[in-house]
Design a protein around this ligand. Structure first.
Ligand code: SF4
Length: 276
């Protein structure tokens, strides 16, 4: 049993709920595989504003100041309702360590959502985010927020897990002594974040301030320093090598690391196939 599990928000359709516009299930098992080891808060913004299943697909359109969400068939505009739901839901979140959202969705997509010029769905412009994910990026800047497709990349999955498990451990420290011990214990692992993280962390931990303030600063430093995948140039080794050396095993529980190992095996098989 894991003490202080990470708490993550997950798109309901990735949790196996029948909420998609086409009424079809999503074939992805990551959320299910993680569910024993993390606390999941499921959400479907579209069903939460009262849309039925199945329903017409909706799209993201570039507006004058911001994105809009419309039904390209009828041009009905859902922007205000989705914006209001997203803001209220996200504002009320407490003790959250990350987000696992459905790729390409006009609501949940974190980076691969198609954006159009016209409300009838013509004039493809670029791929960006959906309206719910946009609000997450605004309120939870630098927090781990990924989609199931990006996490097919084992390096990205490993880093996402490292971040959410570390954040949950920082969150659960109760006094400065505990936070200092936590930092000392994982110093070696945190060297993957670069020397500047360690320098700033030590400066923060030596401050004579209220513990809550120190903890917030320490978490912020971690969030910013771990925002991007570390390059092997900076750390001197690839993430795969660090994974093989069991660098992450003090932070990420073994059954969760087994999920990553499976992803590395699948990725290696694909690479071998491509080379033949
Ligand atoms: S992607 Fe988001 S809005 Fe769409 S069905 Fe899944 S949870 Fe609902």
């Amino acid at each position: 049993m894991i003490k202080n599990k990470p708490r993550i928000v997950v798109s309901s359709c990735l949790c196996g709920e029948n909420v998609r516009y086409d009424g079809k299930p999503v074939k992805d098992f990551l959320a299910k595989d993680l569910s024993k080891h993390v606390d999941i808060i499921g959400v479907c913004p579209e069903v939460s504003i009262g849309l039925p299943v199945p329903r017409d697909p909706i799209i993201v359109v570039r507006g004058e100041k911001d994105i809009k969400i419309v039904n390209p068939k009828t041009q009905e505009d859902f922007t205000d309702r989705l914006e209001e739901f997203s803001k209220t839901f996200i504002k009320n979140l407490k003790d959250i360590d990350g987000f696992l959202l459905k790729s390409k969705s006009p609501s949940c997509g974190v980076s691969g959502t198609k954006t159009y010029k016209n409300e009838n769905g013509t004039g493809f412009l670029y791929r960006r985010y959906g309206i719910f994910a946009k609000n997450i990026k605004n309120l939870f800047k630098y927090y781990p927020a990924e989609d199931e497709l990006r996490l097919k990349n084992p390096d990205r999955l490993l880093w996402f897990l490292f971040r959410i498990f570390t954040l949950s451990k920082i969150r659960s420290t109760e006094d400065i002594k505990e936070l200092k011990e936590f930092h000392k214990k994982h110093k070696n692992l945190f060297s993957l974040l670069g020397k500047s993280f360690l320098k700033r962390a030590e400066k923060i931990l030596s401050k004579e301030k209220d513990f809550k303030e120190i903890k917030d600063m320490y978490r912020e430093n971690f969030l910013k320093s771990s925002y991007r995948l570390p390059s092997s140039k900076r750390t001197g080794k690839s993430l795969y090598k660090a994974f093989k050396e069991k660098t992450f095993s003090d932070i990420i529980p073994k059954p969760v690391l087994n999920i990553v190992e499976k992803r590395y095996r699948e990725a290696n098989k694909t690479l071998k196939k491509q080379a033949n």
